[in-house]
Design a protein around this ligand. Sequence first.
Ligand code: PEP
Ligand code: MG
Length: 324
Amino acid sequence: LAEVLEHEQHLPSETSDGHAMPLLVNTGLAVDAVAQLKPRVSGVGLYRTEVPFMMNERFPSEQEQTRLYHEQLASFAPLPVVMRTLDIGGDKDLPYFPINEANPFLGWRGIRVTLDHPEVLMVQMRAMLMASRELDNLRILLPMITSVDEVDTALRLLARAREELAEEGIEVASPKVGVMIEVPATLYQLPALAERVDFFSVGSNDLTQYLLAVDRNNARVAGLYDACHPAVLNALSRLAQESRQLAVPASVCGELAGDPAGALLLMGMGFDALSMNAPSLPRVRAAIRRVSIGDARALVSETLSLPTTAVVRAHLRQRLTDWQ
Ligand code: PEP
Ligand code: MG
């Protein structure tokens, strides 16, 4: 089976009736390991910038960050690379910037930290912009957005970073900017978000955690944590539809996109692209190539009315076996 999947990796990610489903890769560690995937993917859908920060002993300097980001952008150019601004807090701590809180997932996390420390965000944005000079494949993604004023503030900082660089004689194009859809509040503010940003990227890991009120890392409740809960799937389906109505491209970069059954559901719902860890690419591509877009849409309508996660999972398993 592994050999069959390997062979298919050079074939396009499309359904049996030719519906293309762009696959992107999630990165964070050294670029060498993933750069070889370039011919098989449509770009980087999520570069988690906190990963190199976590491996450092202090905040990387602007110069160090510029070098890191340039490496990512250059390895995949001209394909797009979505760079997420620092997403620390929650379960992700920097040894040199400890955050101790009773409820870290409801606390100082993602954009909340970097808007309270604009100097950190400004250095990061300047480094991203400088790294993208002459490449033009940078996209910036804002994590843990809850309210549109956070987007407005982040966009103002980005504009200021560009102005500063221009004053220093470095002209850089304005990158596309997107927000993570991972706090449930964003589901109800899509029109206002659509006025401000160029794309939505769904963080199904956190969206699941927050919709279900289940800690994504707590073993005691791990049995309750599943993105195939009917509430999550219904939320995702409406999100895909509304994004389409608003003409904002929407992709998914959480673990659900790397699950073959999840990927088929997301394709059937109408998401524009899926981003996943490199090891998930072969099985997802194979699953997509074995169905028609009609099959995937039917799978969605069959699934959305099912009552429980267990029933959804059993149904998905059955359908995947039918299609193998
Ligand atoms: C997510 O929340 O789904 C996501 C992609 O981000 P992270 O897993 O880094 O929180
Ligand atoms: Mg997240």
